[in-house]
Design a protein around this ligand. Structure first.
Ligand SMILES: Nc1nc2c(ncn2[C@@H]2O[C@H](COP(=O)(O)OP(=O)(O)O)[C@@H](O)[C@H]2O)c(=O)[nH]1
Ligand SMILES: [Mg+2]
Length: 140
């Protein structure tokens, strides 16, 4: 299976998606450091939100086969600038989370991810498990 690194702001749903992809029970905990296993790398949102920590994300990307940029469908702005996927020589996929939340704007989140350079975009609700299988199939 390809190894996926999850990047995105705090509360975008990285850890919950990790649990869903691993088939674990979904429960909240604050991600304080970079978590590794054979298939997934989960990163703290602060790494995406803080310029100097952002450089570490670029290096961690090389530990993975695929970079996943997460945007929750409820976010009011995106952290990811246009055309950032060319920063790494890895496949970069977009993942829209929280698709069933009230006020979710899935087309807007997708547009932000496309502007950033993602050509493949998944839509998930990690709590119900909707869409999670598609990411697993992609990683197989
Ligand atoms: N309904 C719903 N809630 C989600 C989803 N993803 C995350 N959450 C909730 O959003 C909160 C933050 O999620 P978390 O995975 O810790 O975000 P992280 O900071 O990116 O790791 C938690 O309360 C999750 O239960 C999703 O796809 N659907
Ligand atoms: Mg987390």
């Amino acid at each position: 299976m390809k190894k996926l690194i999850l990047m995105g702001r705090s509360e975008s749903g990285k850890t919950t998606l990790k649990q869903a992809l691993n088939g674990e029970k979904v429960h909240y905990y604050k991600t304080q450091y970079v978590h590794y296993n054979d298939v997934l790398i989960d990163t703290p949102g602060e790494y995406a939100q803080t310029k100097h920590l952002g450089y570490a994300l670029a290096l961690y990307a090389y530990e993975a086969d695929v970079v996943g940029l997460l945007v929750a469908a409820t976010e009011s702005y995106t952290l990811f600038p246009p055309n950032i996927t060319c920063m790494v020589n890895r496949d970069v996929i977009g993942i829209v989370t929280k698709i069933n939340e009230p006020g979710a704007n899935i087309p807007l989140a997708e547009q932000w991810l496309r502007n950033s350079g993602c050509r493949t975009i998944f839509r998930v609700d990690s709590v119900t498990g909707e869409g999670v299988r598609d990411i697993l199939d992609y990683l197989q």
